[in-house]
Design a protein around this ligand. Structure first.
Ligand SMILES: Nc1nc2c(ncn2[C@@H]2O[C@H](COP(=O)(O)OP(=O)(O)OP(=O)(O)O)[C@@H](O)[C@H]2O)c(=O)[nH]1
Ligand SMILES: [Zn+2]
Length: 189
């Protein structure tokens, strides 16, 4: 984040602290605007980035089966309230022509999709679409389970609700056995 945008966030947070009735000059929160700007630089680091670029493609056996990375933690901010939603993501694909990406790139892809103001459905689809663009695999399955602070600490105030979203492409849509294998492995049946 450039200096100009850091300054904008600091000024905005200073104003918010005043508007909620606190004193921004109180010693223990004097640095809070700067802390929030630095936190936002991390939390929103992928905002505006259309495509995931941080990967290399490798070759494996042509008939390699499903690759599943399970329970990847993610944190995002809902675009409606700028409150956190967080949970876990499962990402699976079946390689085509032996083309794969490094395993660490899958959690990186999850961060790319979630480090922006968003909604759970869009993160789910963005992960699937970017993997499709990068690898053109035989199939992709993405599922997310998440808790939304905007439903828990305000509004309807219902704690401990989990929201589940899925996206299936290619063989995961057409092959029910494979889809069930994914759902069973990720405890979603
Ligand atoms: N589909 C979907 N909705 C979300 C997500 N995160 C937050 N929301 C919802 O976005 C909606 C925004 O609705 P509004 O009526 O404009 O906002 P609001 O008046 O603050 O709504 P309440 O939360 O019901 O008080 C709420 O129903 C939220 O629960 C998400 O990831 N996916
Ligand atoms: Zn919300």
């Amino acid at each position: 984040m450039n200096n100009e945008n850091t300054k904008k966030i600091e000024t905005a947070i200073h104003t918010i602290i005043e508007a909620i009735g606190d004193n921004p000059d109180r010693p223990s929160i004097q640095e809070t605007p700067a802390r929030v700007a630095s936190a936002y630089a991390e939390i929103f680091s992928a905002t505006g980035n259309e495509h995931f670029e941080d990967y290399k493609i490798f070759d494996v056996e042509e008939n390699a089966g499903m690759v599943l990375v399970q329970d990847i933690p993610f944190y995002s901010m809902c675009e409606h309230h700028l409150l956190p939603f967080f949970g876990t993501v499962n990402v699976a694909y079946v390689p085509q022509n032996g083309k794969i990406i490094g395993l660490s790139k899958i959690p990186r892809l999850v961060d790319f999709a979630s480090h922006r103001p968003s909604v759970q459905e869009n993160i789910t689809v963005l992960i699937a679409n970017e993997l499709q663009r990068i690898l053109n695999p035989k199939g992709i399955a993405v599922s997310i389970s998440a808790r939304h602070m905007c439903m828990e600490m305000r509004g309807i105030n219902k704690s401990g609700l989990f929201t589940y979203t899925n996206k299936f492409l290619g063989v995961f849509s057409s092959d029910h056995e494979l889809k069930n294998e994914f759902l069973q492995q990720t405890h979603q049946r």
